[in-house]
Write a protein of this length. Sequence first.
Length: 567
Amino acid sequence: MADEDIKTPSNFIKTIIDEDLSTNKYQGRVATRFPPEPNGYLHIGHAKSICINFGLAREYKGTCNLRFDDTNPTKEEVEYVHSIEEDVSWLGFDWQDRKFFASDYFEKLFDLAVELIKNAKAYVDSLSADQIRKYRGTLTEPGKQSPYRDRSIEENLDLFQRMRKGEFDDGAHVLRAKIDMAHPNLLMRDPTLYRIRKAHHHRTGDKWCIYPMYDFTHCLSDALECITHSICTLEFENNRPLYDWVLDQVKPACRPHQYEFARLNLTYTVLSKRKLIQLVKDGIVESWDDPRMPTISGYRRRGYTPEAIRNFCERIGVAKANSVVDIALLEHTIREDLNARAPRVMGVLKPLKVIIENYPEGQSEELEAINNPENLSAGTRKVPFSKILYIERDDFMENPPKKFFRLAPGREVRLRYAYFLTCKEAVKDPQTGEIIELRCTYDPATKGGNAPDGRKVKATLHWVSAEHAIDAQVRLYDRLFTKANPEEKDEQGLTFKDFINPDSLTVLKNCKLEPCLAQASPSDFFQFERLGYFSVDPKTKQPGGPVFNRTVTLRDTWAKIKKAGKK
């Protein structure tokens, strides 16, 4: 499918930036940021945000900061910080010397909270979390003011300082903004700005026992870093009034603006971090980087390329309305990228032995094979051929149906880059009746796969020489879920875990591959002819040979979808 078949959606944020530059709104500056929470691994949805924020900075010759929103010490780990850095770097982006943490600003944020108290814009509330929730009201009913809302400035300052010193237990008090308990936006009904949380922080240790909330931290961190365009996903649209309210109160020297875009939703995929954590903790997947996971590290291990992921994010565009992207488009984009670059090799995943009875005993030869027909500059390689071969077990049928054109008794086929082959006999295990080998003959005049007399065959099979083949384990990965929208509420009360695909992983041992693959390095990718795209697993080492992961099949459902749509 050609690139013109997929129209790239417009990016409304570029239109905003172009207008801001034309009016010199930020003195010609474009400064964005990517602000992940270090409480899990990044997924494909984060990849979209990374590409938007770093991509805009690159396109407009601006800057993009990597900032960790580390305000919840009970869920954050250094492991997640390192994984996020690795993912952003692998995707091809560089934050240079602009790596920041929200914890860098804890002292400054505390001072700004004190300023809000002094200006009667914040107060210490002693209601419990449940009481605060009940007092907030509903979409149709206004909230009720806390009995602690009218504490004096002096009492609020005293309590807030004592909260910092650790004099109170978790949940005893919170600091709330004093806005409007009847506001139509529930988030504006005196939102919590600080809570007590006596937990060890991965960077500040035990220095703090009160931590700022996201809505207080995020806008002020943007302002302190002089961000111009603060780009968030659509679920933060309701948070924007609070973002602006906080900045209106503190009046920072730099005033950023928040813009929201539609988050990525992908069929047959869950992107809720809470649910991804469940998959890992419940042992449904091996780890965060399991190749079935939609995490960037999982995709990397599976053999996806950063170029393909960036192309995918560009193709889906930056929209204002939520939608669901067909996973077939992601698979098409991966396939398209690998098709242009992946070397072709032959591998037999379910081997069936073939003995060529009329091939000279003890002889072998080297045949020339094309490395990539999409890129002839990739050259050719030599493939060994001998008397005993392996073909795919599925490429032979003793009693084939009418439209089965591969090997069968008495039938002639072509061996890729080699000769015409005719099956004479299928040898079976006398006890099980299973076919264990085929006795065949070849036509020496058909070297290279063409018959001098012009006769045609209907099938071409891949193969490997038994004498020269290397053993390998191959893992066939499929979609993790059987339901297109596994996060959708089910009428029968089923959860996303009830739609786990039992065939999402098939492990094949004793596969036979071309000898050149013995030199393959971790993460090298290849097209196994007729089978799909595969890469060397960078994490698993097997004493019996390399481990290959199937990255994506050859079958392109997205191309078929697009073709059908044109009819």
